[in-house]
Design a protein around this ligand. Structure first.
Ligand code: HMG
Ligand code: MG
Length: 312
């Protein structure tokens, strides 16, 4: 069934509310892929995602290439993409060094990141949370001074694969610190899909109440199959920005058991069916995933893609 057919089912639920879908596949998706995808294919991927209607695409990260080899060519990707007016091209940046690379590559949208769990933060970026907060605050300050826009990720907000439960009050404290530093939006990362519906509902409601709708995004990984259920909980308490990954690729290499992000196709299909507006052409996204799988052998877990891609 196409997205258009699906939208006829329950058009009144979303009542045309605009949902911002932030595509993280070229970064969070590919960073955990064993197969190396060449820069030319990444350039084409980013361009096709934007052509499909996505207006926020995270194209890569400026992290240490030994830590995440797949992202070593992000500068080349950033320089080669054909820019479309109105589209925002984001890159993940861990420190001042990463910011310098982003600026040299002509990018003006970056995302800083840290975890709400000490152990995951240490494994992922080799720092304590306090050290990372100081770094991202400094990076944000420098970036704003250079006219860039900054987003901020907080990982493991609904549970840590090393430590288990995470106190959501700590997540809110980090969120306050990031927003005070000048990030435009915080993205709540369920890094290994540990969130369950009542918890996600409660956390998202608290974050929206504390920071405002535009300031909060939800970044779901579909590790345990609860991605869409959790997305509905978030929608119902006012979240209007969601990160997702084309074909459902992805995962943090430094979080054991990490698996794909909520698939962009799954999210779009559900949003269309519920009457929300995304401005994205679902069938074009399916075709992008199909070509990625056929040409590069990446691992795609999106349910809607598995259904619709087979029919192309
Ligand atoms: P470190 O070893 O502590 O680095 O790693 P350092 O500061 O000690 O520097 C060591 C060397 O690295 C130096 O070079 C630096 O210049 C260089 P040397 O002097 O020895 O020749 N260096 C860099 N090189 C390239 N790019 C840089 C950079 N910074 C320093 N930016 C570091 C610290 C942060 C670099 C490392 O831990 C790292 O790269 N980690 C990245 C891990 C990562 O990318 N994880 C996945 C992304 S996060 C995620 O997926 C979660 C998210 O999706 C949300 C969610 O799902 O929850 C966002
Ligand atoms: Mg992630």
């Amino acid at each position: 069934m196409s997205g258009t057919e699906a939208a006829a089912k329950t058009p009144s639920h979303g009542a045309g509310t605009r949902i911002r879908v932030i595509e993280v596949g070229p970064r969070d998706g590919l960073q955990n892929e064993k197969v190396r995808v060449p820069a030319s294919a990444k350039v084409e991927l980013v361009e096709r995602l934007v052509d499909a209607g996505l207006r926020d695409v995270e194209l890569g990260s400026f992290v240490h290439p030994k830590w995440v080899p797949q992202m070593a060519d992000t500068a080349e990707v950033a320089r080669r993409i054909r820019r479309v007016e109105g589209a925002r091209y984001w890159a993940l940046v861990p420190n001042q060094r990463g910011l310098e690379f982003a600026v040299q590559s002509g990018l003006d949208h970056i995302a800083v990141f840290l975890s709400s769990s000490e152990t995951h933060n240490r494994k992922n970026i080799n720092r304590s949370i306090a050290e990372s907060l100081a770094t991202v605050t400094e990076v944000t300050k420098t970036a704003l001074g250079e006219g860039l826009t900054v987003r901020g990720y907080i990982s493991t907000v609904f549970g840590c694969p090393y430590e288990g439960d995470v106190d959501f009050a700590r997540v809110l404290d980090i969120g306050h610190a990031l927003l005070n530093a000048g990030v435009v939006q915080i993205s709540l990362g369920d890094t290994t899909g540990m969130g369950v519906p009542p918890q996600v509902r409660d956390g998202c409601a608290r974050a929206v109440a504390a920071f405002g709708t535009e300031q909060v995004a939800l970044h779901l990984h579909d590790t345990r199959g609860l991605g869409l259920v959790n997305a509905v909980q978030a929608l119902e308490v006012g979240i209007t920005s969601f990160d997702s990954s084309v074909g459902g690729m992805g995962g943090c290499p430094y979080a054991p058991g990490a698996s794909g992000n909520l698939g962009t196709e799954d999210l779009l299909y559900m949003l269309d069916a519920m009457g929300y507006d995304t401005g994205v052409d679902l069938e074009r996204v399916v075709a992008i995933s199909r070509d990625l799988e056929l040409e590069h052998g990446v691992t795609l877990s999106s349910k809607y893609f598995r259904y619709a891609g087979a029919r192309l």
